[in-house]
Ligand binder design. Structure first.
Ligand code: GLA
Length: 696
C-alpha cells in the first residue's frame, strides 16, 4: 500500500492538497488556500492525543465510512442487509491527471469500492468533488448515507457560517452564525432545494476580523439534500453534504455504481466578497456560449392580470410594453383551459379558446407583430385533480396505496421519474414550442411531493424516487436545450425554491422570489448575489407594495434594483400614465446600454441593504464601471450627516486611473472613488441612481 502520498489540485488562484493519512486508510486534507499554501506543516494537523475516540474521528478526513469513523459523523453508511452497518476499507490506489484525481478504497468483506473524485473547473477557483460507490460483491448493499464529500476548514475560534435562509416570498436572506461547538444542519425534503435554505454555505474563521478568507460549498442537486457543519474534535469545522434519499436508504445491486451529486468547493482570499465573484465566474462558465446571448427585457403579465388572461387585455399590455422598450412578452399562468383560478387546469396544456377567441396562433402573431418575442409559463410537473390528464392517468401522480393524496395549492404532483410522464412532458413542450413562435419558457413548480409513492412498482425502498424525479427533470431540460436551442428557459419554483447548479446548467435565468416589493426584493437579491451571478437573476419592476419592509420607494429605485440582474417589468402598465411610461422607457434604454457590463462584468456588493446607502458595482470588460446605487434610508431622504451627501466606496479600481461620469460631467480619480467613494445626494423621491463611469 502507498503511504504518505500527497496530491495537489490547482485552480487559477488556489491549491487543494490531499494526503493519505499517516494514521489509517483514509485521505485527509493537508492544505486548501492560495497557491503555495501547502508548503509548511498542515494547519489541520492535530495533537493525536484526543482521548476516547479513534484517530479517524478527529482527522480532517476527506470522506470516511461509518465503521472507520464510528463516533463523530460518517460520510457513508453502508451494509449488507441483515449484517452490521459499516465499512472498513483499504487504500487501493490513486489516479492523477491534469486537473483531476481519483482515490480508491475497497472493502473486500462488504464488497464495496469507494472512489473519491476531484476535478478542477477550468478558469475558476472551484473544485468539484463527488464519490462513486460500486457494489463489487455478489450481494446487494444498502446505502443509508452517501454524502458527496466532506470539506474541512481549519478554524482557531469557531467558524463564522454564512448561509441563505428564508421562506416563500423571502428567499435568500443572508444569515450568519458562529459555530464554536456542535452541529448546524440545513436541507430540504421537498423534492427541490426549497425556499428555506439554499444548498450553499460559506465558512470563515470567526477569529479573523473583517472579511476573512472564505471557503464555500454548493451542492449540485435539485432534489432532497442536506448540508451539515460540525465543530470537530480535531479543531476543524467539517462540512458534509449530499443528497437524502426519500426512502431513507438506497439499494446497490451487484455490479451497480452510484455516483453522488457533485459538491462545488470554492475559496477566496478576499472574503465573502471575493467568494461571490468566484461563484459568479463559475456560473458564467456554466452558462457557456449562451452567456453571449443578450438577455432580453421581459414583460410578464402575472402581477397585472393573474388568472384573468384574455387576448384583448394581454395585447393592450403587450403594446404598452413594446412602447417602453420591452423586447419579450410572457404570458404567465392562466392561458390554458380550466384555469380560472388556481384550483383547475394544470396538465391540460391547451390554450383556452374563450380567452383567445381568434385562436392562440393569431394572438402570438399579434404579439410578435409588435416587435416582441413571445414567452409562455408552464408547470409541467403539476396536475389539477379535475383535469382531463388526471382523469386519464390517475396513476401518474405520486400516491401511496391506502393513503389520502393531499392537495397543496389545490394540485397534485406528477411522478416525473416515470418515463411515460417524461415522454408526456416532452411531447407537450414540443407541441407548444413547434406549434407557435415561442422563444421563452418559464418552467414553474408550485407543490412539493407529499405522499410520495409509486403504487404497483414493487418494494418502496427499491425505488429512490427523489433521484428518479431529478433525473426526469434534468432529462426534459436537456431535451429542451438540444431540441429547442433558441428557447430561453427561466427556472422557477413558487419563486426561488429550485436554484442549484444542475438547474442553472440547463436554464438561462432563474426567478429568485415571488416578492417584487422594492426593499424586500433588494434583501432577496443581496443574498442571491452572494451565491449566484447577475446574468441568471431575473427581476421585475412592479407596483407591489412592501410585504416585509413596507416603506415606499420610487420607480427609479425599482428599476435600479431590477437592473442589478436581468431586467423585466411586471407592473400593470394600463394604469401607468404617460409620464410614468416615459420614465420607464428612459430606464430601459439606459439598461440596454449597460446590460453587457452587468451580465459579463465582475460584480461587487457595496454595503448591505441594512446600510442607508448600498449598491452593486460592475466592472465591465470594456473599461466601463456601472454602479447601481440605492438609498434605503429615511423616507424624507435626509442624509446621515445633514448637508453632506452619502458616499459609496468603490472597490477594485486602479487608484491612478481617472474615471469619468459623463452624465454629471464629473471626473474622479480611482483613488478618490476607493477612498471617499461616489457621492449621492438623496432626497425625498430621489433614492436610486445608476452611474456609468468610463475609464479615461
Ligand atoms: C408561482 C410563480 C409565480 C407565478 C405563479 C403563477 O408562484 O413563482 O411567478 O408564475 O406561480 O401561478
Amino acid at each position: 500500500m502507498t503511504r504518505n502520498r500527497r496530491w495537489t489540485l490547482r485552480t487559477d488562484h488556489t491549491g487543494y492538497t490531499v494526503r493519505l493519512s499517516p494514521d489509517g486508510p483514509w485521505a485527509e486534507l493537508d492544505a486548501w488556500g492560495p497557491h503555495g499554501v501547502e508548503t509548511g506543516p498542515s494547519a489541520l494537523d492535530w495533537s493525536h492525543r484526543t482521548h476516547f475516540i479513534t484517530p479517524a474521528d478527529a482527522a480532517p478526513a476527506e470522506y470516511l465510512p461509518y465503521g472507520l469513523r464510528p463516533f463523530t459523523g460518517a460520510d457513508l453508511i453502508a451494509a449488507r442487509p441483515g449484517t452490521e452497518r459499516g465499512a472498513w476499507w483499504a487504500f487501493a490506489g490513486a489516479a492523477e491527471e491534469e486537473g483531476s484525481l481519483r482515490l480508491t478504497f475497497t472493502d473486500e468483506v462488504l464488497g464495496l469500492r469507494t472512489v473519491l473524485c476531484y476535478a478542477t473547473v477550468p478558469d475558476t477557483d472551484v473544485i468539484h468533488r463527488w464519490t462513486e460507490l460500486v457494489c463489487t460483491g455478489d450481494e446487494e448493499l444498502w446505502l443509508e448515507r452517501f454524502d458527496s464529500a466532506a470539506v474541512n476548514v481549519p478554524v482557531t475560534a469557531g467558524a463564522r457560517l454564512t448561509y441563505l435562509a428564508g421562506q416563500w416570498s423571502q428567499e435568500f436572506q443572508r444569515t450568519q452564525l458562529t459555530l464554536s461547538r456542535g452541529t448546524f444542519t440545513m436541507g430540504s425534503r421537498q423534492g427541490v432545494p426549497g425556499h428555506a435554505y439554499a444548498p450553499w454555505l460559506a465558512v470563515q474563521d470567526a477569529a479573523d476580523p473583517g472579511d476573512a478568507p472564505a471557503y464555500g460549498v454548493a451542492l449540485e442537486w435539485p432534489g432532497n439534500w442536506h448540508l451539515t457543519a460540525e465543530a470537530e474534535p480535531g479543531g476543524a469545522v467539517r462540512i458534509r453534504a449530499g443528497r437524502v434519499p426519500h426512502e431513507g436508504r438506497v439499494r446497490l445491486a451487484p455490479g451497480d455504481t452510484l455516483t453522488t451529486p457533485r459538491l462545488a468547493c470554492a475559496f477566496s482570499a478576499e472574503g465573502l466578497d471575493g467568494l461571490s465573484r468566484v461563484w459568479h465566474r463559475f456560473e458564467r462558465r456554466l452558462t457557456g456560449e449562451r452567456l453571449h446571448r443578450p438577455r432580453k427585457v421581459l414583460y410578464n403579465s402575472w402581477e397585472a392580470t393573474a388568472f384573468d388572461v384574455d387576448a384583448a387585455a394581454q395585447l393592450e399590455l403587450a403594446k404598452a410594453a413594446a412602447e417602453i422598450g420591452a423586447e419579450l412578452f410572457v404570458v404567465d399562468d392562466g392561458w390554458f383551459t380550466g384555469r380560472a383560478d388556481d384550483t383547475g387546469g394544470l396538465g391540460d396544456w391547451h390554450p383556452d379558446p374563450v380567452a383567445f377567441p381568434h385562436g392562440f396562433g393569431r394572438f402570438v402573431e399579434e404579439v410578435r407583430a409588435l416587435g416582441l418575442d413571445f414567452g409562455l409559463w408552464i408547470e409541467p410537473e403539476a396536475v389539477s385533480p379535475g383535469s382531463a390528464l388526471y382523469a386519464e392517468h390517475p396513476d401518474w401522480v405520486y400516491r401511496i396505496d391506502g393513503r389520502p393524496a393531499r392537495l397543496v395549492r389545490h394540485q397534485l404532483l406528477l411522478d416525473l421519474g416515470r418515463t411515460d410522464v417524461q415522454d408526456f412532458v416532452t411531447a407537450t413542450l414540443d407541441r407548444l414550442l413547434t406549434g407557435h413562435d415561442i422563444s421563452y419558457l418559464k418552467w414553474d413548480m408550485n407543490r412539493p411531493p407529499t405522499e410520495r409513492g409509486r403504487p404497483g412498482a414493487g418494494p418502496a425502498d427499491h425505488l429512490d424516487l427523489d433521484a428518479q424525479h431529478v433525473a426526469g427533470y434534468l432529462r426534459v431540460l436537456d431535451h429542451l436545450r438540444t431540441a429547442h436551442p433558441r428557447v430561453t428557459v427561466e427556472g422557477c419554483a413558487g419563486g426561488g425554491a429550485r436554484v442549484d447548479h444542475a438547474t442553472l446548467a440547463r436554464t438561462d435565468v432563474l426567478w429568485p422570489s415571488d416578492n417584487t416589493a422594492p426593499l424586500d426584493r433588494l434583501a432577496v437579491q443581496y443574498g442571491f448575489l452572494h451565491a449566484h451571478a447577475p446574468h441568471v437573476m431575473s427581476s421585475w419592476v412592479t407596483d407591489a407594495p412592501g410585504v416585509f419592509d413596507p416603506r415606499p420607494r420610487s420607480l427609479a429605485f425599482r428599476f435600479v434594483t431590477a437592473m442589478c440582474g436581468v431586467l423585466g417589468v411586471g407592473a400593470d402598465l394600463r394604469r401607468w400614465d404617460a409620464e410614468r411610461r416615459a420614465e420607464a422607457a428612459g430606464w430601459i434604454a439606459r439598461y440596454k446600454e449597460v446590460r453587457e457590463v452587468i451580465h459579463l462584468g465582475e460584480a461587487r456588493l457595496l454595503g448591505s441593504p441594512l446600510d442607508a446607502t448600498c449598491g452593486v458595482q460592475y466592472d465591465g470588460p470594456d473599461g466601463r464601471t456601472v454602479v447601481a446605487a440605492l438609498g434605503t434610508g429615511r423616507l424624507d431622504g435626509a442624509p446621515l450627516v445633514p448637508g453632506r451627501p452619502a458616499r459609496l466606496r468603490l472597490r477594485g479600481l486602479d487608484p491612478a486611473a481617472r474615471y469619468r461620469d459623463a452624465a454629471s460631467a464629473t471626473t474622479y480619480s480611482g483613488a478618490h472613488l476607493l477612498h471617499y467613494g461616489l457621492p449621492f445626494a438623496w432626497s425625498a423621491g430621489h433614492d436610486a441612481e445608476l452611474v456609468v463611469l468610463t475609464r479615461q
